[in-house]
Design a binder for this molecule. Structure first.
Ligand SMILES: [Zn+2]
Length: 462
């Protein structure tokens, strides 16, 4: 991939494309990816968010399809009622409003009493009406009534999920019968890439990369890249991700990110998704088989701005120059502070100028410390075992602090080191048979990538 990214950077083309991606049937996709695959519901881990969490949010963003909406524009104002003059079945689309139940929606459409009750009862065998979403469309059809003037509900149908449609229809005997049909979905891989003009996130969304994928990419690189400082004009990114389209070609779901690359000032960083066979969590690994997750986080608060670095400075309260042996992150009071790595709490309490202070031991040589907290995380006390990303306290201004910030220290054998300049201890390194399997998986991802149009070639050919 190196030549592609660097070539694009050299050309300086405004490479920003969303590619039309060839699609494959579901079955092929699953077979191809079996070695790398877990279901969408697999959580990605506490500090990386989860694909499962992203999916409902995505669904909420996607408007429901409009089956037959073109035929029923007249009914859209919701004022139409069935009339005795009609003879052919008529169709009506009713949208779910805030506070609606299926019964209130049917009543609005003129379906009441046992007719509504029977239809809902039949529908419940294939769909839980509690899962209706605001704005969702319910298609109703009406037929002339058998025994009196007016119209009877003939059928009711809706999209129950990305995967299926459900309906109830009046059978010959007059009872409602339910049915469900699978929707035609196509899973494929999407490849995209672009030069980064301003921010990586903007470059990604401009290139048509789904937001969830950009978040995952940024999370995966955040262990190695300081996005506020390291992105320069001419840098670029590339990404390969799973996607699902419906029969109309609309993107209905994004899956996992399989590959991501950043070219930063000529340095190429590449990540491949891999799930170790030995039961370790699926994760992103660089081409050497090293997990992107470091044993320690450089930045243990979200959205942090580094306000004071490591080194000599004039102390804002003491007034004289002295060594600043940590990093200060300016974040609002109350911001959660995460454990930088797995470990055991060595100290949690008031500690002089440090104010409320937590120190965590990570193995034999590394410890991390967090100062000026407003309060401690729940259950955080001496001896508590913590996981990376667990909340150990909240930002405050206790001790010698002019305002709320996190003072963060990384210590090696009880001496503070500069977390920004020292390479953080590595996370997992694949070895032996596991590394061999990873190399195979990496080759497979490379093949899939090459099978799709190169976003940089496409853009520079314009
Ligand atoms: Zn400090």
């Amino acid at each position: 991939m190196r030549h592609i990214l660097l070539a694009a950077a050299a050309i300086g083309a405004a490479a920003s494309v969303a590619l039309g991606i060839p699609t494959q049937p579901i079955i092929d996709f699953d077979n191809n990816l079996k070695a790398l695959s877990t279901s969408y519901a697999t959580p990605a881990g506490p500090d990386t968010g989860s694909a499962a969490g992203a999916v409902p949010a995505l669904e909420a963003l996607i408007p429901a399809p409009q089956p037959g909406a073109g035929d029923t524009a007249a009914a859209a104002d919701g004022s139409e009622t069935a009339t005795a003059e009609s003879t052919a079945p008529r169709e009506r689309i009713e949208k779910v409003r805030r506070g609606d139940t299926l019964m209130t929606l049917l009543a609005r459409a003129g379906v009441v009493g046992t007719e509504a009750y029977d239809a809902v009862k039949a529908l419940k065998t294939v769909f839980n009406p509690r899962n209706l979403k605001i704005g969702q469309e319910i298609k109703l059809t009406f037929a002339p009534s058998q025994d009196e003037d007016g119209q009877d509900l003939h059928s009711l149908s809706l999209q129950a999920s990305i995967e299926k449609d459900v309906s109830v229809k009046r059978a010959d005997g007059g009872d409602f019968q339910s049915a469900q049909t699978g929707r035609v979905l196509t899973q494929s891989l999407g490849r995209s890439g672009s030069l980064i003009e301003r921010s990586l996130f903007k470059a990604g969304t401009d290139a048509g990369v789904p937001i969830e994928v950009m978040f995952e990419l940024i999370r995966a690189f955040s262990y190695d890249v300081d996005f506020q400082r390291d992105i320069q004009p001419g840098d670029s990114f590339e990404v390969l991700f799973e996607q699902t389209h419906d029969a109309t070609g609309r993107l209905v779901r994004t899956g996992r990110m399989m590959y991501a690359a950043l070219s930063l000032s000529g340095n190429l960083l590449e990540l491949y998704r891999y799930e170790p066979r030995d039961g370790g969590p699926q994760d992103y690994f660089n081409p050497k088989g090293e997990s992107v997750k470091k044993a320690l986080l450089r930045t243990p608060v979200d959205g942090a701005k580094l306000t004071s670095g490591f080194g000599m400075r004039s102390h804002p309260i003491l007034g004289y120059t002295r060594m600043h042996r940590g990093l200060d992150f300016g974040v609002p009071s109350g911001t959660p502070i995460m454990a930088a790595g797995d470990g055991v709490v060595e100290l949690a309490g008031a500690n002089g100028g440090y104010g409320n202070y937590v120190r965590i031991r990570h193995g034999s040589s590394y410890t991390t410390a967090y100062a000026h907290m407003s309060r401690f995380g729940s259950g955080i006390k001496k001896g508590t075992v913590v996981r990376q990303g667990q909340i150990v306290g909240y930002v405050g201004a206790t001790g010698l602090a002019t305002g709320p910030h996190l003072h963060y220290e990384v210590l090696v054998n009880d001496h503070q080191i500069n977390p920004m300049s020292v390479k953080m201890p590595a996370g997992r390194q694949l070895a032996g048979a596991e590394l061999k399997r990873f190399n195979g998986a990496m080759g497979e991802i490379e093949r899939k990538l090459r099978a799709l149009p190169d976003p940089f070639t496409v853009a520079s050919a314009k």
